[in-house]
Design a protein around this ligand. Structure first.
Ligand SMILES: *Cc1c(COP(=O)(O)O)cnc(C)c1O
Length: 232
């Protein structure tokens, strides 16, 4: 057991509380530990420090990890924050409590079908491509209203929130403001935005969930840089 995680976590939680106080919100943003490629020792440290909400990028990696930490699984909220392939929708529905990366109707159909057949109903967020980057996953902001309506009408799924990953080379504030505005417009309660470098900005813009990896865990294996290019 190593208390580096615990002190990093305490620092981030206190910054989230400061952001909450400034915005006058009732609750501070939930800290989601983005744990892709972290070894089991790091997960054990996180659990020992009291961390209970984890973000995973790949279905298969998460299945292995939470198989090994099965005794903790009932107390943990697992959120899929990486891209999801349609052929892994059933496995994702079986494992996750929240799937943050719905971004196309075909996937909504696959998820809804899996939920019906498993009688399991993870909450769903829609990923929004706020920067309209061609290589990035997510529904463009201007298509969001139609996407939400088509998803509900065609599949019965009612997303409860939105997530975004702003362009790496732009200030994130305007993207966070846009995501929060879209969520409010559609009456969606969860707003997942902000990572290690910008979670305080996200919290000030109304994030309900911030996804933090390196600022919590330290580094991670290099092949794991965030990518929309390696579906999980
Ligand atoms: C890895 C990842 C994060 C966390 O990134 P850090 O910069 O390490 O905090 C957040 N969101 C997504 C979707 C990620 O893949």
């Amino acid at each position: 057991m190593n208390d580096t995680f615990a002190s990093a976590r305490a620092d981030i939680l206190s910054r989230l509380e400061t952001a909450r106080a400034r915005t006058g919100r009732a609750a501070s943003a939930t800290l989601v530990a983005a744990c892709k490629t972290q070894p089991d020792e790091a997960i054990a440290d996180a659990l020992a420090a009291g961390q209970r909400v984890f973000g995973e990028n790949r279905v298969q990696e998460a299945q292995g990890r939470w198989g090994r930490f099965a005794t903790f699984r009932p107390d943990v909220e697992l959120r899929l924050i990486g891209p999801l392939q349609t052929n892994k929708a059933a496995a994702a529905v079986a494992l996750f409590d929240v799937i943050e990366t719905l971004d196309r109707l075909k996937l909504a159909h696959a998820m809804a079908e899996a939920m019906q057949s498993q009688a399991r109903w993870p909450r769903v967020l829609v990923q929004v491509n706020t920067g309209e980057e061609p290589q990035k996953a997510g529904v463009p902001p201007r298509d969001l209203a139609d996407f939400l309506r088509d998803t509900e009408v065609q599949t019965g799924l009612s997303p409860v929130g939105l997530m975004c990953i702003p362009p790496a080379d732009e200030p994130p504030g305007p993207h966070f403001a846009l995501l929060a505005k879209l969520a409010a417009r559609h009456g969606l309660g969860q707003v997942s935005m902000g990572m290690s470098g910008d979670y305080e900005i996200a919290a000030r813009h109304g994030a309900t969930h911030v996804r933090v990896g390196t600022a919590l865990f330290g580094g991670r294996a290099p092949q794991a840089a965030i990518s929309s290019a390696s579906p999980g």
